[in-house]
Design a protein. Sequence first.
Length: 754
Amino acid sequence: MDIKALVKRMTLEEKAGLCSGFDFWHTKGVERLGIPSVMVSDGPHGLRKQDQEGDHLGINDSIKAVCMPAACATAASFDRDLIRTMGEAIGRSCQHEEVSVVLGPAVNIKRSPLCGRNFEYLSEDPYLAGEMAAAYINGVQSNNVGTSIKHFAANNQEHRRMSSSSNIDERTLREIYLPAFETAVKKSQPWTVMCSYNRINGVFASENKWLLTDVLRGEWGFKGFVVSDWGAAADRVKGVEAGLDLEMPSSGGENDKRIVEAVKSGSLDEACVDLACERILEIVFKYTENAKPETPWDKEADHELSAKIASECMVLLKNNGVLPLSKTDKTAFIGEFAEKPRFQGGGSSHINSFKTTSALEAADGLDVIYAKGYDVASDQATDEMIAKACNAAKEAKTAVIFAGLPDAYESEGYDRTHMRLPDCQNRLIEAVAAANPNTVVVLHNGSPVEMPWVDKVGAVVEAYLGGQAVGNAVVKVLYGDVNPSGHLAESFPKKLSDNPSYLFYGGEGNEADYREGVFVGYRYYDKKEAEVLFPFGHGLSYTDFEFSGLKLSAGEISDNDELTVTVTAKNVGSRPGKTVVQLYIGEKNPVVMRPVRELRGFEKVYLEPGESKEVTFKLSKRDFAYWNVDIHDWHVHTGDFTVEIGKSSRDICCRETVKVNSTVKIKRRYTENTIMMDIMDDPEAMAKLRPIMGDFMSDFAATGDNNSEQANEAMNEDMGKAMLNYMPLRGGLMFSGGKITREMIDKIVALLNS
Ligand code: BGC
């Protein structure tokens, strides 16, 4: 298909029309030219295809589908292959249902536990989020249907999401809020990118040329089209210019007219409209020319797959040995979520599950008794309910409480206001734990909760929002049929106010200042040496693992070299299981404020008891670099870096050091305000200054002040040095007793800049 030729045959009105949706879920077709209309649908963890009344809030029904675990859970698998498999299944369902693009994955960084949409997002860590997103995209797109990575960018709160400006400094944007998108674009080339509702440093994402064109296409090489989040296009004409190709949903022809007028009046270059059409049509035909509606969609098989995926995502947060349960013992399942699990979040990602499996159903045939414990709908637990739960707990060897957040607590569209479980559930847990010390808490939630009872229970399993088959997965993990292997993709603070964004989150009016900078999640807690409830990367198993024999391919490299890192993981326990080998990098003496460690690699490894495997990582410049705001690029500052292997950001098992030499010289600009220390720190500057340095320095030290001699005597050597260190060049005028003149300073500045 010659797309360029096709666009040439379109009228201006047809082209402008193509730049917005036909209705809620379809692009426009142009019959006379054989341009088909295609459908897009939400995801990301399943298919939310609406065949009748459309909406983007999860209100109206969609077709029966399979709800897979949400991203909060899948990220915890730390398993690229697993999430790819999930993507493949979703891709098949899209082919079957004639959906050209599934709207996901959602990769915004979890800045605060409060964000209502955290359940849909992957991680507080951009490396992990990027890797998992790329795997998902590759999985979906292997079926020749597209994805729409969202919400580009810096959409980290639901509060005022359509008007708020995420005000973020350049380095933080580059290091924290953009890389998940960057990685996914570079590794998996999503067919589309969805721009977010919010503004970034004052400019709406939907009209942000820097973001949508310079960075996304220019720097990262994105080839597909940019679609607006539903209703995110503010000024449509500016949007076309900035690189927003498709506006969704339909604007009732209003914005199409504006585009036409702008071209006619000369304020918008028609070439921009042509380009948007070309990009949209490339994707439309890529899908339609290879559509395979005959692709089978075996929902039962996907339900099983969903159970398997969920079981690989669960994080065993705490275990004093009470887990795994024995199938011959009596167990009390307590809490309404045992019967009616909460397994997905609210809003546009809400899937109409064709069936669900609760833990109670999955435990059929086992010696399990049940007490409701609390009522989800009323958010209440009567004394009688709690008493019944305690009786059941006493009757059983172990009590398993199914707790978590009711639907209304976390959803797209608004943020949480606190991090607590419902009071009735906390009361229930305290009472049951007092009745039976063998108490286990299983959590169904999309984002961290406070656990005031954590020391009183024997085990905690974080099941997250595990999809429609979650009950199956939970029972397998509880009874040890599956050895838990999930690890936290986010830190669990002890309380909300410990979170680094606590003071600023949500912003003032429409201004949300990201003042914690790059210190998001564990990057903050580790730097502060602050206690957390459970650290990033944490996850227990029913077996034990040891990491040892860390080796680096070199002790010193240049920033053009690749460093190979090997380490051995061994299962030293008695059950087969999977572990996650995590690799962190930290700069020992950074010139800018940097986190102690940052995740730069991970591998999930399956090991039989006694078995060991060598794991290899390749590191390159970017893994050591920070974003340098002087050169607006990634830069490695020459120095020593730690390479750490751990089981979490707080459980580091081995550490080695490598020196990395920068091959990039950053030209410094000198002025009369440059301080001596910065000059002395630059070998090149010193080489230029050395011939005249001796005189200059002694002149500098002399002062015209009468009291100078006494003062000099009183001053110890260190103080003198410190004073000189921080002295700007122009200080010579005042402190050299007239020996250093204005001409001399000008000459030195010129010499240094030469
Ligand atoms: C959400 C998107 C979603 C779109 C379509 C918006 O409200 O932010 O994530 O894909 O609606 O439903």
